[in-house]
Design a binder for this molecule. Structure first.
Ligand code: GRF
Length: 212
């Protein structure tokens, strides 16, 4: 539905795709990706880290790995819709200035407008802590627990104009135990996310079919 997905060019070890990672918080997924990119030659390289929150702990990984980082707070405006558009316009400009070819959402907690998505569709990828289409939205782990589910997981998907509705690239299952709290379940899912997301990026950037 909506605009077509336009895949980025094929990355290679000698000419890796230039990635921007967008975060909002702790950045454990960002760290896993950076470790992956530094552990072997990859078809993608992180060139920019953007946070919508200047206190995001994950920003420190930019310093550790000597990658440009920017915190872009929401601009002042009484008009919420206008505020989102202004914010995304600043992000878009920074991405273009840095010649970014693929945006990796990794714990970015803002919903992007359809206008922004259209500009990057196919070059905008996300990880979500459930087996989509189950439990979309910001409280996926809580929703799975409240539903009495015994299995959940994580999903890597292309972003479309909806919320967690884009084309699914890969999923990984995670068991739910009766004694789980939201936090325990979050951490168990993150362990799987940290393995799955870098692998999916390897394949997507190399234009290979996705291996799990
Ligand atoms: C991950 O579970 C991701 O799926 C969700 O937000 C969490 C980010 O965690 N969208 P972190 O900031 O990478 O530690």
């Amino acid at each position: 539905m909506g605009a077509p997905y336009i895949q980025p060019r094929q990355g290679s070890i000698s000419h890796p795709l230039r990635i921007a990672v967008l975060i909002s918080g702790g950045g454990s997924g960002l760290l896993a990706l950076l470790n992956h990119q530094h552990s072997k030659p990859t078809t993608h390289i992180t060139k920019l880290i953007i946070s919508d929150n200047e206190n995001a702990k994950g920003l420190q990984y930019g310093d550790d790995f000597q990658i440009s980082t920017i915190a872009i707070n929401l601009p002042q405006s009484h008009d919420r819709a206008q505020q989102r558009i202004l914010h995304e316009n600043i992000i878009h400009e920074r991405l273009i200035e840095s010649n970014i070819e693929l945006i990796v959402l990794n714990g970015y907690m803002r919903i992007l407008t359809p206008e922004f998505v259209k500009k990057w569709k196919g070059r905008l990828i996300n990880i979500h802590p459930s087996l989509l289409p189950k439990y979309p939205g910001a409280n996926a782990q809580r929703d799975a627990l409240e539903d009495g589910a015994t299995i959940t997981g994580c999903t890597v998907h292309l972003v479309d104009e909806g919320v967690d509705t884009g084309k699914i690239l890969a999923q990984s299952e995670v068991p739910i135990l009766q004694t789980d709290t939201i936090e325990i379940l979050q951490n168990r899912i993150k362990e799987k996310e940290h393995l799955l997301y870098p692998k999916v990026l390897d394949d997507y950037c190399a234009h290979q079919s996705i291996q799990r």
